[in-house]
Design a protein around this ligand. Structure first.
Ligand code: ADP
Ligand code: MG
Length: 683
């Protein structure tokens, strides 16, 4: 019976149940997965030379005939050695194999083979150690360009290559084309069979370039079509609320303790335009750490409430929710607007009370965490939804919140500036606003890179700052010893660092904060820090997003090399929020050059946009976009940076297809493929 692409790889010749598990470990479950498992590199064994032309050091293939018997010996350490002499019409070579008893039985005197290996040549004495060989004229791995796959323990390159080859054999090298011909012609793409064939078995050095371009195009196009489809499902209803801009808004702005920056003003204008329209607002607000997104949200919320609707703001941590709650209370309560907090740190009874007030409509503005998503949180008339630090939430969580109103306007905020190309993919349906200007008088945060030898000088500096009335954060990668600590390097943990600081600074008030603590305790400590009752806060990255304590001027990051650049930038953004000069100290104990280079990027740049591009380059889009977290298909071949141009093409094509080609039968196969690929995606 013929195998189909969706069959388990178990049915491929040479795989079977035990190898199947190993393939599974590589993410390969079906035949389709295997043919889309692309080589990470190639080894060029295609060059064949006569023996006399072999050069010292080169890796090359050559045809030669075995002359005489294979000689078997043993070294003193009991290693077996096989030696053979081989000849061609131009010369002779001596071949040696260590611990390869099969050589004796598989090499036949007088027969001709293709050999491949690294040549050792001194004058005319040619030797090759451990060459690979195959019967001449029937070669699979010599005399050609060989794919090298990402492998896993127990699964050899040969096993993967054989399985791939067997699939191609099984399908007679014919896979079904699903890319419409019009697109292929327009963008000069090779067909699916050439593409798959040349990516696995390129026959000359550059034949895989065209293969790769087709597959990158295919991958990006399918991703974009898939995302567009998911999004269109989410926004079929289209009539939302028409908010008027209240006269009181300008008054409210005038009474703020600061003047809005031009960038904030511009974004607000765009938001008010959107709010007026009847179709629901869907706006992404990007702004670097400290650019003042919260007040933009607050002003928009104010307007929604003046229009008679409830508004909600969701934040990823209870610390942050509490902080927003406090600043909203300060802004709104004097206006007669009722603000409530709903987060995990409330008791069941308190929660009940808050939920009742939300349901009856007594509460105008709710600030909260994931707790807002619970089914029994019911709004009276929710009209405006804000999500802060959106990268911490999935699309589905956001829409779950919006579903608690009837097509409310939504504002999504992020401090992770996303490069344009990526924003196109992910947020194709969102309007994007950017705050590209920091409030005036922000002092540049000085970033220092410190190794172990400077430890005591650093401590002296901490002493000076705290004595001057400032506060410090110390961030560690772990909570306690042993936790997730698989590295050989000893990573700093909150508990030990806390003890060390208490001992070193007995006169200062040191406290601990981490994600495993009860929410109420976390809030309490954060409040103490805010009210200057704590001098040094030892914490994990729970303080990463949004926390605002202007008197803190020192951010010390232990094992800085362990954090992504975007996270470091976020952490650094916790200081430099007041009028005093602030410092970010990256303690890096790694001697690795790449770690040092990454730290240097932090020292040199304070532009969040540049940093996130670098981060993307270094860590790949999977980490960055939460691709794994959301079950989106990972990039198998495309590289968002190298393939920018293809991405621009596919963006245009995808839009055109969705607009004009949905019913076109020639696009049917492509849509089916997209459906299949995105069936299990939950955004
Ligand atoms: P983020 O964009 O990182 O969320 P916040 O909204 O927390 O930043 O703002 C950081 C700080 O800047 C807050 O203390 C806020 O009150 C202040 N701020 C916001 N806008 C302005 C402004 N136009 N002028 C001066 N300070 C501002
Ligand atoms: Mg913020």
């Amino acid at each position: 019976m013929a195998i189909s692409l969706n069959d388990s790889i178990r049915y491929i010749k040479g795989v079977g149940p035990s190898r199947e598990k190993l393939f599974n470990r590589l993410g390969i479950y079906t035949v389709q997965d295997l043919i889309y498992y692309f080589p990470r590199d190639y080894e060029d064994r295609s060059i064949k030379k006569p023996i006399m032309e072999l050069l010292d050091g080169e890796k090359v293939s050559f045809d030669a005939t075995v002359k005489g018997e294979i000689r078997m010996n043993r070294t003193r350490t009991k290693l077996s050695i096989a030696k053979a002499d081989v000849v061609d019409s131009t010369g002779r070579a001596e071949l040696t194999w260590f611990n390869a008893p099969y050589v004796k039985t598989s090499l036949k005197p007088g027969a001709t083979y293709t050999f491949y290996g690294q040549i050792k040549r001194e004058f005319n004495k040619i030797e090759v150690v451990n060459p690979i060989f195959e019967e001449a004229g029937n070669s699979k791995t010599t005399g050609k360009i060989l794919a090298i796959y990402p492998a896993t323990a127990g699964l050899t390159q040969t096993a993967i290559r054989t399985a791939v080859r067997n699939v191609f054999d099984e399908f007679h090298y014919q896979f079904e084309e699903f890319m419409p011909e019009a697109i292929r012609l327009n963008y000069n793409l090779v067909d699916i069979n050439q593409a798959l064939h040349y990516i696995h078995f390129p026959d000359f050095k550059d034949s895989f370039v065209e293969a790769r371009r087709r597959l990158v195009f295919e991958e990006l196009l399918m991703l974009e079509l898939g995302l567009m489809k998911l999004k269109s499902i989410q926004q079929e209803e289209r009539d939302g609320i028409e908010f008027e801009k209240s006269e009181k808004v300008e008054e409210f702005i005038d009474h703020l303790p600061f003047r809005l920056t031009n960038a904030q003003q511009k974004v607000l204008n765009a938001i008010f335009e959107d709010m007026k329209l009847c179709c629901p607002m869907n706006r992404l607000l990007q702004g670097d750490v400290g650019s003042g997104k919260t007040i933009v949200a607050a002003i928009s919320i104010y307007n929604a409430v003046l229009n008679g609707y409830q508004a909600v703001m969701m934040a990823p941590t209870s610390i942050l929710a509490e902080q927003h709650y406090n600043s909203f209370k300060e802004l709104f309560e004097k206006e007669g607007i009722k603000v409530e907090l709903l987060s995990g740190s409330l008791t069941a009874k308190e929660k009940r009370r808050v939920k009742d007030r939300i349901a009856t409509g007594i509460t105008n503005v709710v600030v909260g965490t994931h707790a807002l998503l619970e089914d029994d949180v019911i709004f009276n008339n929710l009209g405006f939804v804000v999500t802060d630090e959106q990268h911490r939430f999935g699309v589905r969580q956001r829409s779950k919140l919006s579903d608690k109103g009837r097509n409310p306007d939504t504002l999504i905020m992020t401090a992770t500036p996303i490069p344009r190309t990526l924003a196109l993919i992910l947020y194709g349906d969102l309007d994007i606003s950017i705050i590209d200007e920091l409030p005036p008088n922000r002092k540049k945060i000085e970033t220092l890179l410190v190794g172990p030898t400077l430890e005591e000088r650093l401590n002296g500096f901490i002493e000076k700052e705290i004595t001057a009335g400032r506060q410090a954060y110390v961030v560690c990668p772990l909570i306690e010893e042993g936790e997730e600590n698989t590295d050989k390097a000893k990573l700093k943990n909150v508990i030990d660092v806390y003890e060390a600081y208490k001992k070193r600074f007995p006169d200062f008030r040191v406290e601990i904060l981490h994600g495993k603590m009860k929410s109420s305790l976390k809030d309490e400590i954060m409040l103490k820090f805010k009210e200057r009752e704590v001098d040094i806060l030892i914490s994990t990255t729970v303080i990463e997003v949004g926390v605002n304590v202007p008197n803190a001027t020192l951010m010390i990051i232990e094992n800085a090399e362990r954090f992504g650049l975007a996270a470091l930038h976020q952490l650094r953004g916790r200081v430099g929020r007041g009028s005093e000069k602030s410092y970010c100290v990256l303690k890096c104990y790694s001697r690795s050059m790449t770690a040092r280079d990454r730290m240097e990027i932090m020292v040199k740049t304070d532009d969040g946009f540049k940093i996130s591009e670098k981060d993307l380059e270094l860590r790949g889009p999977g980490e960055f976009l939460g691709i794994r977290q959301h079950g989106l298909p990972e990039f198998k071949i495309a590289n968002i940076f190298a393939d920018k141009e293809v991405l621009e093409q596919t963006t245009a094509v995808a839009k055109e297809i969705i607009k004009n080609k949905k019913e076109n039968p020639e696009y049917r196969a492509l849509f089916d493929k997209v459906d299949e690929k995105f069936r299990s995606v939950t955004l």
